[in-house]
Design a protein around this ligand. Structure first.
Ligand code: TMP
Ligand code: ASP
Length: 238
């Protein structure tokens, strides 16, 4: 393969930056140490977070590909960078919850830890200024954020990811509590984009129920990057 040259910055998000490359179909995704929560209201730089998330994401994306989920991931090229396909992103966040935690507890007045059987699904509109409001299928179609076919596909793929990853985390003695996925179009096909890291999911130790994900940062529990390493260790990533 020809050498890929990193070019101009396309956009910088709260935790990652996206760069053009010498191949117009490919981007380079740079995982930074910046860690944000509450729609960017709480931000800190955590040493080593970019590197562990880059590695973590590469492992999960490869595992999903091996199990039939098409993703934008191409390859990891450095400690903190990966090559991805250039997607036309939908401004939608797809959340599946196996256990109640986070916003659903406040919104519906349920106890953290309540098992959701069957797992539940929520769409959010990706807009920090609006606080990522929860939306439904009708909003997505009325505002033209995605087609009805894409809505169905996003739901199906997000639940398929749940079957694959629940098992993966269970194998490492952990519970996948919930997670957020984002999708985008690549030449007419909907692919999983963005990232799958402890920044965008909740993972508990199955025995102790200890929180190992970004809730450690949100709730000032400490040892954030160390916990990401613990999850990676349990999964055999490092
Ligand atoms: P929530 O409890 O805040 O609604 O989040 C549910 C899960 O989705 C949790 O693992 C965090 C993740 N998530 C993000 O990473 N970014 C977001 O903008 C949202 C809404 C959720
Ligand atoms: N990722 C979202 C944000 O930073 C939600 C969160 O992590 O609290 O706004």
């Amino acid at each position: 393969m020809e050498e890929l040259i990193k070019k101009d910055l396309v956009t910088s998000g709260k935790a990652k930056s996206l760069y053009k490359t010498s191949n117009e179909d490919l981007y380079i995704l740079h995982y930074r140490n910046d860690t944000s929560a509450f729609d960017g209201k709480k931000i800190e730089s955590l040493e080593g977070k970019g590197a562990i998330n880059n590695k973590f994401n590469a492992f999960v994306m490869k595992h999903l590909e091996e199990n039939g989920v098409s993703t934008h991931f191409e390859s990891q090229i450095s400690d903190t960078e990966s090559v991805v396909k250039k997607l036309e992103m939908t401004p939608i966040e797809c959340v599946v919850r196996n256990i109640a935690a986070g916003s659903i507890c406040k919104r519906l007045g349920v106890q953290e830890g309540l098992e959701l059987d069957p797992p539940t699904f929520e769409f959010f509109y990706k807009d920090d200024d609006l606080g990522d409001p929860m939306i439904n299928d009708y909003h997505i179609e009325s505002f033209g954020w995605a087609t009805s076919d894409q809505v169905e596909e996003m739901k199906n793929l997000t639940f398929k990811v749940n079957e694959i990853l629940k098992e993966l985390f269970a194998g490492g003695g952990m519970i996948l509590v919930d997670y957020k996925l984002e999708f985008g179009d690549y030449k007419g096909k909907l692919l999983l984009g963005d990232e799958f890291t402890p920044d965008g999911c909740r993972v508990w130790d199955a025995e102790t129920k200890e929180k190992l994900d970004k809730d450690r940062f949100r709730q000032d529990l400490g040892d954030v990057v160390e916990s990401y390493h613990i999850i990676a260790n349990k999964l055999g990533i490092i």
